[in-house]
Design a protein around this ligand. Structure first.
Ligand code: NAP
Length: 302
């Protein structure tokens, strides 16, 4: 028998993930700080709660997907937070990307009220959230992972229980080191191709299926060529993730040569007012160094 399920945070990711829970037939309650963003889900059959505490009072399992560590703390531990409504034995699953230490502290705070916790950050972009094909990296107790599994399989394709609470976030940071390094390589490669005068569409077609192929190349490469900077994932949130990477890497003494530089490039783009653009706009930093713009016409679109 399924438990009534709650979802807090209906942004680019959360709205797709919540929609997939609804499609899978779960009895869904939603809450979003900006209530109007819940309208589509409510029209599709979800119930709108008046606060995270109100939502938690009626749900056995509660998912959160908001921006940064303080935002997760606000919706879970705040004045009208989940902790104020959750019943003992309820399960809270945070799917945002936050600091591993922040996740461990949430686990401790909730456990003091008899509420259980998993950290379960995701990868796969807005496309993966909409299609239900996310990779989900889960930290916490195995029995709780089992309990959450029917919900995870409605939202994702690759669900990996990686360790204790906080380890899901650590593995997500591993993912982000790989993603931004790949995006820098895509950026340098496309600027080189443009400067060399080869056809960019043919170049992408030629290299995407070989050893250089990647999700970032296949999904974000064509967007760069089309100069489509709409965000699946914003520069501001990617910069947040790299801050979390650099903090965690400092604690364990791991060198972050490329990741540290990419953090600085994203900082420059934020200073240029581009924080709301998709994180593939990293290529603009390389274009500015090169004095070259990718795109068939080389036109200036922003
Ligand atoms: P987004 O579109 O900016 O949405 C952020 C969501 O968090 C919105 O629902 C926002 O509410 C809510 N929120 C932020 N601060 C809040 C606060 N203090 N109190 C209550 N609600 C708050 O971001 P997103 O792309 O969906 O990302 C959400 C999380 O998933 C982030 O941790 C991100 O790093 C992670 N993630 C994103 C992607 C991706 O490709 N987009 C991929 C993997 C992981 P409002 O609607 O009121 O602003």
């Amino acid at each position: 028998m399924s438990e009534r399920v709650g979802f807090i945070g209906l942004g680019i990711m959360g709205r797709g993930m919540a929609a997939n829970l609804l499609k899978a037939g779960f009895d869904l309650v939603v809450w979003n700080r900006t209530a109007s963003r819940a309208a589509d889900l409510v029209a599709a059959g979800a119930t709108l709660a008046s606060s995270p505490a109100d939502l938690a009072a009626g749900c056995g399992v509660i998912f959160t997907c908001v921006s940064d560590t303080p935002d997760v703390q606000a919706v879970i531990l705040g004045e009208h937070g989940v902790i104020k409504g959750a019943q003992p034995g309820a399960l809270v699953v945070d799917m945002s990307t936050i600091s591993p230490q922040g996740a461990r502290e949430l686990g401790v705070a909730l456990a003091a009220r008899g509420v259980r916790f998993l950290d379960a950050p995701v990868s796969g972009g807005s496309e993966g959230a909409a299609k239900g094909t996310l990779s989900i990296m889960v930290g916490g107790d195995a029995a709780l992972v089992e309990r959450a599994m029917p919900f995870f399989t409605a939202m994702g394709k690759t669900i990996t229980h990686v360790g204790a609470i906080g380890d899901g976030q650590t593995v997500k940071l591993v993912n982000q080191i790989l993603v931004v390094g790949t995006m820098l390589a895509v950026s340098e490669a496309l600027v080189f191709a443009q400067a060399s005068g080869v056809d960019l569409a043919k170049t992408l077609a030629a290299v995407s299926g070989g050893a250089a192929g990647s999700w970032m190349l296949s999904n974000r490469g064509p967007q760069c060529v089309a100069r489509d900077w709409r965000p699946g994932f914003t520069i501001d949130l990617q910069q947040k993730d790299l801050r979390l990477v650099l903090q965690a890497a400092d604690q364990v003494g791991a060198p972050m040569l490329a990741t540290g530089q990419i953090y600085q490039l994203y900082r420059a783009l934020q200073q240029a007012g581009l924080g709301h653009e998709g994180n593939h706009a990293l290529i603009k930093a390389i274009e500015r160094l090169a004095g070259v713009e990718v795109g068939a016409s080389g036109a200036h679109n922003g």
